[in-house]
Design a protein around this ligand. Structure first.
Ligand SMILES: Nc1ncnc2c1ncn2[C@@H]1O[C@H](COP(=O)(O)OP(=O)(O)OP(=O)(O)O)[C@@H](O)[C@H]1O
Ligand SMILES: [Mg+2]
Length: 494
């Protein structure tokens, strides 16, 4: 049928112009069997797949098959007007179908197609890029986490090193910045290098052994043997053979000769602790060592030259013992060439703060506690206490407190001062009147007398001469009373 109506011709021409101009690909498909029309953008994309093209190439035939198949499926699903995405081989398309009524009433379909391959590829590239950025970021984050972990572990190491370093020098050192302690420390370093005999005196717990260690460490003999002997723990005869050795047959059981400690330590240092407790016989033997630099083995008579530096310590007053005749004056002079006297803690209370900090740090680490705070009230109590047990007592008090502390601070609940020997505080008094029932006056007076003697001895740190002077009693009578009440000045010398 030839169209001649100018209006129809105008409509057809307008429609053709529109289809030629739009960038979308447009195909007109008949009965999902043949392509009747393709606009220029469809032809340039697929080639000419129209039924009028009788010289179709194989790949065009294949394409035609694919397109007809898509149209067939869409037609069967009645998906007119919907935009559907699909892909074939490596091509991604999006299409919309619309019905078209033919001239003879036959059913055709408009097939609008958009090529999404480039978009899709770009999206894929983007997502690849995105994924790789994500991978790089994840990698960087884990690197950062790792370096943060390293930083933390290094900080911990540094902190523990710092604590260790802070701890290290003070562990063997004398903590305290009071004038007395500063002078004492200076003196220790000054006399350490000489070979002179040194006598360290001071109440129990003031740090005599600490000073002895420091003397030896700072001396020229610091790489030579160092022997510590506690003179009051071994029996006298054992001490003698222990120190000077013995010849074969010197006493029962001595079936071979043995070198004593002075010979073994030759070239090194010997620390004689509690020197005030040695017997007159030992005193004589020691005098020979200090005077002539030689020893004689027990049971022998040949002097043996030795080179030993002697450091001695005691918490007893050797001058009183000399006066009382229980310590040799010549030995005292020999020992006392250099005297290092450590003042009791109550006379250098400035050291209490340094020492408290030092012990808190030490036990905080040892007991894995996080103590970081000491209330002023506690510090006041520490400063007010009299410290009869000196630094050792302070160390005990802090050790207990740190161990018992519940949070990060030491409170009054954890603060206990050492009990004095006898089970009661130094200054607590008995209420005698509560206890006199059923006792004779003689017994009551004897109890009071015993308490007074013990109290006074304690006050004078075991010094008999000062006690008799204070109580205005003769020395012989005083010794008699001590014997009667079984009191020993030694028990009250700390
Ligand atoms: N200035 C100080 N700094 C740090 N620690 C100290 C100091 N003085 C004493 N100490 C500590 O106190 C404790 C008692 O000290 P040390 O044993 O040297 O006393 P001591 O005078 O020999 O007592 P004792 O007469 O009872 O034998 C030890 O643990 C010691 O390390
Ligand atoms: Mg000691």
């Amino acid at each position: 049928m030839k169209v001649t109506d100018p209006n129809c011709l105008r409509l057809i021409s307008n429609q053709k112009n529109l289809l030629n101009a739009i960038p979308e690909m447009v195909l007109l498909v008949k009965n999902a069997q043949s392509v009747e029309y393709m606009n220029p953008s469809a032809i340039s994309f697929f080639g000419n797949l129209c039924s009028s093209n009788t010289k179709m190439k194989p790949n065009e035939k294949k394409l035609l098959g694919i397109i007809l198949n898509i149209v067939d499926t869409a037609h069967a699903n009645k998906s007119f007007g919907e935009t559907i995405a699909t892909s074939y081989e490596n091509t991604h398309i999006e299409y919309t179908l619309a019905p078209f009524e033919g001239y003879k009433g036959d059913k055709l379909q408009w097939f609008f197609i958009r090529d999404l391959t480039d978009n899709k590829n770009q999206l894929e590239e983007l997502s690849l890029f995105h994924n790789s950025i994500e991978t790089i970021l994840a990698h960087k984050i884990s690197e950062l986490k790792e370096s943060e972990r390293m930083r933390k572990s290094l900080t911990n190491e540094l902190n523990s090193l710092k604590e260790h370093l802070q701890e290290q020098p003070s562990e063997g050192n004398m903590v305290g910045s009071s004038r007395a302690l500063t002078e004492l420390r200076d003196m220790v370093f000054q006399v350490a290098k000489s070979d002179a005999t040194i006598l360290i005196t001071g109440e129990s717990g003031t740090g005599k052994e600490l000073v002895a260690n420091l003397l030896r460490e700072s001396s020229n003999r610091n790489d030579k043997p160092f022997l510590k002997i506690n003179c009051n723990t071994i029996s006298d005869s054992l001490l003698e053979s222990d120190l000077f050795g013995h010849e074969r047959g010197a006493f029962t059981g001595a079936d071979s000769k043995r070198k004593g400690k002075f010979e073994v330590v030759d070239g090194g240092t010997i620390f004689l602790d509690e020197i005030g407790d040695i017997s007159p016989r030992m005193q004589a033997a020691l005098l020979r060592v200090l005077q002539d630099g030689e020893i004689i083995r027990v049971g022998g008579n040949i002097p043996i030259k030795i080179d030993v530096r002697v450091i001695a310590a005691t918490n007893r007053d050797l001058t009183v013992m000399v006066q009382e005749g229980s310590f040799r004056l010549d030995l005292f002079y020999r020992l006392n060439i250099i005297n290092i006297s450590i003042p009791p803690l109550r006379e250098r209370k400035e050291d209490i703060i340094d020492l408290t900090t030092h012990f808190i740090r030490k036990y905080r680490q040892a007991f894995k506690k996080d103590i970081s705070f000491l209330p002023q009230s506690i510090l006041d109590k520490l400063l007010m206490h009299n410290w009869p047990g000196n630094v050792r007592e302070l160390q005990n008090v802090i050790q207990r407190a740190v161990l018992m502390a519940k949070n990060n601070a030491i409170t009054e609940n954890e603060l206990f001062f050492d009990m004095q020997p006898g089970g009661h505080e130094d200054n607590s008094k008995k209420n005698y009147l509560d206890q006199i029932d059923g006792k004779s006056l003689k017994t009551i007076i004897a109890e009071i007398e015993k308490d007074v003697i013990e109290f006074s001895l304690k006050k004078n740190r075991g010094k008999v001469a000062e006690t008799v002077e204070q109580l205005e009693i003769g020395k012989t009578a005083f010794y008699d009373k001590m014997k009667r009440y079984n009191i020993s000045p030694k028990d009250h010398s700390y």
